[in-house]
Write a protein that binds this ligand. Structure first.
Ligand code: SAH
Length: 368
């Protein structure tokens, strides 16, 4: 028996969709029609797309579909933050978080199942790595969240911003992330302004340059340390791309774009990177990069080797940066009661690196 694998149309940005219709011998405007149905109207049934002739719908249905991951769990925090656990093909799960704030709603989406980078303070890293998400699995997080939030009937629950700050390193899944960014910013899909879509990276330097060519959305960089010795320990990727190379790539990213700034994320770890000397080093490092600084209080997880900086240390650090003229905000921890805060996303990773096993051995002394 011949099994036909249907094309999942969620994988296609507009140009991909045009290619798909060209192969079928159809006009390019069909791509615009399908994009609107799928992303603007949240439709997952080709049969329901009534402005397509019946014949075309039947032909399409035979070769294509819109396949969306199932929601395994939906949690709503006391502060309004929502978290969804989505089940992917192969039994892995990823998490997506919606954070309502006054005047905006931010969706934090994942790009990989687990993560290869193993940053010392991150729960996802401890779970090891399994695989990249497809474009469909990345954009499905927005599709599903939009549907669950009622597509903005209540302004408070409208998605106005997307940050790729969930599980995984987006720039190590470049080829699938870029079409997803295209769909987010496509006027016929979600129509988000480029400055409201942010890719966050631990510093994959060559991919930062490629991103500028391919998509040009906002960039956040997880700096977390002010010298290579400490950053090598906190963000092991630094051994490959040290701070000076990373900051040079950041300067290239903002060059020739007036008013654009890089957001530097800095997780505040008690007595590790939160002292006045670190603040002074940070001020010096960022003196020639147009920047904003986001201080993130460390969110603990079981077995973590760090503590959150004291409120005093946090305030002192922030004040020093602000006095030096750096735009600095302290990120509020949201969704704490549902483990939805930065670095706490875990999902379910069938770990191919065996890292989670080693981690459990280290923290509990027994293999599980
Ligand atoms: N791989 C991307 C996206 C990761 S998550 C990156 O490194 O930027 C988004 C942010 O949360 C990163 O800045 C990450 O360093 C931070 N983070 C990870 N674990 C954390 C924790 N336990 N507490 C606070 N922030 C954390």
């Amino acid at each position: 028996m011949e099994v036909t694998v249907k094309t999942n149309l969620l994988n296609r940005d507009r140009s991909g969709m045009e290619g798909f219709f060209a192969d079928l011998g159809e006009q390019p405007f069909r791509a615009a029609q399908l994009t609107r149905w799928i992303h603007q109207r949240g439709c997952s049934e080709i049969a329901a797309m009534t402005d397509l002739g019946k014949g075309l719908r039947e032909r399409l249905d035979a070769v294509a579909g819109i396949s969306v991951p199932a929601i395994v769990r939906e949690q709503v925090s006391d502060d309004g933050t929502c978290k969804w656990l989505l089940e992917l093909d192969g039994g892995n799960c990823v998490e997506t978080v919606f954070i309502p704030e006054s005047g905006r709603g931010t969706l934090c989406i994942s790009s990989q199942v687990g993560c290869k980078l193993d940053c010392a303070f991150c729960a996802t890293g401890k779970q090891g790595f399994n695989r990249n998400l497809t474009t469909a699995e990345i954009i499905a997080q927005l599709w599903v969240a939009n549907r669950q939030l009622g597509r903005g009937a209540d302004g408070r629950y409208r998605i106005t911003n997307v940050v790729m700050m969930g599980m995984g390193e987006p720039l190590l899944n470049f080829d699938n992330v870029v079409p997803a960014l295209n769909i987010m910013t496509d006027d016929l899909a979600y129509g988000l302004a480029k400055r409201r879509v942010t890719v966050s990276t631990a510093g994959v330097v060559p991919a930062i340059d490629r991103l500028k060519q391919a998509s040009d959305v906002s960039l956040a960089v997880s700096l977390h340390a002010t010298n290579d010795e400490l950053r090598d320990r906190l963000v092991p990727l630094n051994r490959k791309y040290p701070i000076s190379e990373l900051l040079a790539a950041c300067r290239r990213y903002v060059a020739d774009v007036p008013r654009r700034k890089i957001t530097f994320e800095y997780v505040m770890l008690d007595h590790v990177n939160d002292q006045p000397a670190h603040a002074r080093e940070l001020i010096r490092l960022l003196s020639n990069v147009p920047s904003k600084v986001n201080l993130i209080p460390f969110n603990p997880f079981p077995g973590a080797e760090f503590k959150t900086s004291s409120p005093d240390a946090l305030r002192r650090f922030r004040d020093m940066l602000q006095q030096a003229g750096l735009i600095t905000v302290t990120r509020k921890t949201r969704g704490d009661d549902i483990d939805a805060a930065c670095g706490q996303l875990a999902g379910k990773v069938n770990d191919r690196t065996q890292r989670s096993r080693k981690y459990q051995l280290k923290t509990t002394g027994v293999a599980v």
